[in-house]
Structure formats: C-alpha cells, structure tokens
Design a protein around this ligand. Structure first.
Ligand SMILES: [Fe+2]
Ligand SMILES: [Fe+2]
Length: 288
C-alpha cells in the first residue's frame, strides 16, 4: 500500500475513535482555579490532593534533581508556594494528559519507561531553558518536553497491530523506529501526537513541538521551544538514559545550535556533555 493511503487510513481510524481520550475533569477544575483573580492556594491544593496519583507524581517532579529546587517539597501546598500557579498548572497539565492515555505495560512496552523518558525530557527542557537565560519559557518547555512523545502512547494504545509490525520491522532489518513507522503507517508518532493535541485544542506552539520534535528546523511557531525539547530528547540517547528504543538513533539537528544561540557546534557539544551526571541522577530518582 502507498504511504499516503496508509496515512489516510490512520487518520480515518483516529477520526472515528469513539474512545479518543478526553481531557480529565481535574484539569478543568485546576485551570479554572488558576484563572481566578486571586489564586486560593488552599483550594488549589485540596483539588489536586483529591487525586492521589497526581499528587505523588507532582511531588516527584518537584523533587527531581533536574528541577533544581533547593528544598525538599513534601506537600502540594508547599509546592504551590515555591513554584507559583503557572508552573503548577503546567505540571498538572503534563501529568494528567499523559495519564489519560495510560496503557497497560506489556512485554513490549513498559509504561514506566515511557513515564521516565517524559519526566527526563520535561525537566531537562525546563533546565536547559533556564541555563540558556530563557527562564520565561522554562515552564512551557517542561510541559512540551513531558508531552513530546504523546503520539507513542496513542500508537501503542490504539494501533497495537501497527505497533507490533513496527517492532518486527525494527528487529528484522536495519531500520530505526521512526523509519519503520513511516513504512507501516505512512506517518510517525509526531503526526499522531499532533493530531490528538489539536483535538484537545492545546496551544499551537505545543502542537508544533509534538509534530516537529525530531525535526525542529521545520517549526514555525516557536523553533526555540522545539529545539530545546529536541536537545533534551537527543541527550537521553547520547547518554543512553532509559529504555527508549522508539528514540533509537535520533541525533541532534545541527541547525539547533544557531536557533539556541550557541556560537558554534562545539559550544553546543560542551554544553551537552555537562549534563551527563544530572541525567543519571534524574533517571535514578524517578518513580511511578
Ligand atoms: Fe519522538
Ligand atoms: Fe522522546
């Protein structure tokens, strides 16, 4: 079958999915509290605390080494106080959207591997933005990094046959995951992730990160955000952190050096190598 018709079949299936995940209720509740003129921290903490899984993950994020807080965060109230509404809102969004398409772990894919990878790329993206003097986009970089591979979740949950074929193709040939996706589906997890992000009406620049995190130079809305996530994503492979065969063989696009304001590729390389230890600490600290 031609790649274009495979792709239109995938789109057709996506369009028809009756059980296409919906945005969780708790996220609407948190967002509406954050829109109030004066944010009521106690009310916000109580709302988040209703969800035990969300609470645990939020504290894991806040206490992770790459997040860089100097103090141990042991309660949601304290996390709100330290991080403020916008950052808490983005963390809750990232965790609850990712949880929405949670799938049961199988021999082929463990949810923990996915979660760990998302956490590392999210917190590293936030940290990279801050280290490059772009603190104003650090919180958005976290959200974008956490959600960048959302299409992988959708693929595993809703296209298990295609997913199995991709794995077989990877095992039997010398194709990487990305190339195998193209061959089997006529599109990649980038496309599928963007599809869901648009259905959820997420901000355009976030949709674009999902669509172009492997090819950030194609980004039009916010190449900076896309390049930061791309850099964090590639670093997980460079340092061999996590079991993320779906990202095997990805490598830095040289163009991000300019986009991120590095004077040379060597300078980018030096910046990257300083991260090795922080990535390893981070990977050790993640729990589910
Ligand atoms: Fe990806
Ligand atoms: Fe990734």
């Amino acid at each position: 079958m031609q790649e274009t018709s495979k792709k239109s079949q995938i789109i057709d299936t996506l369009e028809k999915l009756r059980n296409l995940p919906t945005i969780p209720k708790i996220l609407f509740e948190v967002q509406s509290l954050l829109k109030e003129e004066t944010i009521n921290n106690i009310k916000l903490a109580n709302t988040i605390s209703k969800d035990q899984g969300l609470t645990t993950k939020l504290l894991t994020v806040a206490n992770s080494p790459l997040f860089g807080l100097q103090r141990k965060v042991s309660s949601i109230e304290f996390a709100i106080l330290l991080l403020g509404g916008e950052e808490i809102g983005n963390i809750v969004t990232a965790i609850s959207l990712s949880d929405t398409i949670r799938f049961n772990s199988s021999a082929n894919f463990k949810f923990m591997d996915y979660w760990k990878h998302s956490m590392i790329v999210g917190t590293a993206s936030r940290d990279i933005a801050r280290r490059l003097g772009m603190s104003e986009i650090a919180s958005d970089a976290f959200l974008a990094g956490m959600l960048h591979d959302l299409g992988i979740q959708l693929l595993i949950k809703h296209f298990p046959n295609e997913y199995s074929k991709i794995l077989v193709m990877m095992d039997s040939g010398n194709q990487n995951f990305y190339e195998a996706e193209q061959q089997i589906m006529g599109c990649t997890h980038e496309y599928i992730g963007k599809f869901l992000a648009q259905k959820w009406a997420l901000p355009a620049e976030l949709c674009e990160v999902l669509e172009f995190h492997h090819q950030p130079e194609k980004s039009r809305q916010n190449p900076l955000l896309c390049s930061i996530v791309h850099l964090a994503d590639c670093m997980t492979q460079e340092f061999k952190i996590g079991n993320t065969y779906w990202d095997n063989d990805i490598s830095f696009e040289a163009g991000i050096s300019d986009i991120l304001g590095f004077p040379s590729l060597e300078a980018l390389g030096e910046f990257t190598s300083n991260y090795r230890e922080a990535f390893a600490d981070m990977a050790d600290s993640v729990q589910l």
